[in-house]
Write a protein that binds this ligand. Structure first.
Ligand SMILES: *Cc1c(COP(=O)(O)O)cnc(C)c1O
Length: 393
């Protein structure tokens, strides 16, 4: 690999950090200068088992030597295994596999519209979404996203999305019309500043959906696969959604997305209505099966709760120590946000210079997304570095 290459031929879609990672192992990553970092970003909630997990890597190697790709015109046995696994963990009934989060949300949106129009026969198509949400970068998913910055310059946007304030049940109730077919939300808004949904709000949404025959669509792309301490965040709210979307951690870094639905909702798709060339390929399926099995075998979900308590207590100590600088500590499991009065980017930059990777969730929130195999010493190190940043800024 040439170290002389420059990013001048890449489209300018990210303001990148000044590092080039070339290797990872567990919670450690290394850049091309040989610097080591403790990784509390995990590729934005992707590598939940740590980088290059040996069990997942071994299974993927075996699959690489066996079969990479076959068309969805044929049965892919690994899809059936993974679908059964996800349905067992979620209590839902049927899965569709694709390649990314945005693509999973597209599938979920298509399923909701087609369910209303073909199964219920109502002709309804409008989906209620929330301010500060994030659902992806395709035209439909950026329209569903409740943040103007992702929409700027991309009009005309597709019709059929209505955005209301988060955690405001009355606003949702007022937005339901004869055109509404579904309500779509994250249970912790990750990109939007790490804001958890309140339980009465979520229960109220379920009830509202039942009253009006709407589908409840939960975007579990960031919160799913153990990130909040349960397999799916909805399991902490005492409700059952009609459809969920998954991606990020499902393949521990191998690209994959999924839509998982109840039998009733899944009925809207018939042969020819939705599809993908690469979705559900044997490599992605194997990575995801190995990821889920490893998470079960190593009981990592227990670790999420333990690490959550340790991280929150450390961060709350910093809040007590720097009350003018740290305003709040929010989140569930290992999806945590620290709201600060200083620019959050200066903390992210300071930590990186000290060999610790953390990220932003908006200009005033530092987001922590450690892997589930993080140690207590590593948590202490991150608290220490954020504390130093508070002292110095
Ligand atoms: C990351 C994310 C997406 C988009 O996933 P991509 O794989 O980047 O398309 C959608 N929704 C949520 C909640 C996310 O965190």
């Amino acid at each position: 690999m040439s170290t002389m290459a420059a990013p001048m031929h890449l489209m300018n879609t990210y303001s990148k950090w000044p590092i080039r990672l070339v290797k990872g192992e567990g919670n450690r990553v290394w850049d091309d200068q040989g610097n080591e970092y403790l990784d509390f970003v995990s590729g934005i909630a992707v590598t939940s088992l740590g980088h290059v997990h040996p069990k997942v890597t071994k299974r993927l190697h075996e699959q690489l030597d066996t079969l990479w790709h076959c068309s969805n015109l044929m049965h892919v046995p690994q899809q059936e295994v993974l679908a059964q696994k996800l349905c067992g963990l979620s209590g839902l009934d049927r899965a569709f596999f694709c390649n990314s989060g945005a693509e999973a949300n597209e599938g979920m949106i298509k399923l909701a519209r087609r369910y209303a129009q073909k199964v219920q026969g109502t002709g309804r198509y409008e989906i209620i979404t929330f301010q500060q949400s994030f659902h992806g970068r395709t035209l439909a998913t950026l329209t569903a996203t409740g943040q103007d910055k992702v929409k700027d310059g991309f009009g005309p946007l597709p019709d059929g999305f209505v955005t209301v304030p988060y955690n405001d049940l009355e606003a949702v109730r007022a937005a339901v019309t004869e055109k509404t077919c579904a309500i779509m939300l994250e249970l912790v808004q990750g990109e939007g500043g790490v804001h958890p949904a309140e339980e009465p709000f979520v229960k109220g949404l379920r009830q509202l959906c039942d009253e009006h025959g709407l589908l409840l669509l939960i975007d579990e792309i960031q919160t799913g696969i153990g990130r909040t301490g349960t397999w799916f965040a909805f399991q902490q709210y005492g409700i059952k959604p009609d459809v969920i979307s998954l991606a990020k951690a499902l393949g521990n870094g191998f690209p994959i997305g999924a839509v998982v639905a109840t039998e009733a909702a899944a009925e809207a798709f018939a042969p020819g209505t939705h599809g993908t060339t690469f979705g559900g390929n044997p490599l992605a399926m194997t990575a995801a099966i190995a990821t889920l099995e490893t998470m079960e075998e190593e009981h990592v979900l227990n670790r999420v709760g333990i690490l959550h308590r340790q991280l929150v207590s450390g961060l709350e100590k910093l809040r007590a120590e720097y009350p003018g600088k740290v305003l709040a500590v929010r989140g569930k499991g290992l999806l945590l946000g620290v709201e600060v009065t200083v620019p959050a980017s200066s903390i992210v930059d300071y930590a990186r210079e000290k060999g610790v990777l953390v990220l932003l969730a908006g200009p005033q929130v530092v987001r922590l997304l450690p892997s589930f195999v993080t140690t207590e010493e590593e948590v202490n190190r991150v608290i220490e570095v954020i504390g130093e940043a508070m002292e110095n800024l």
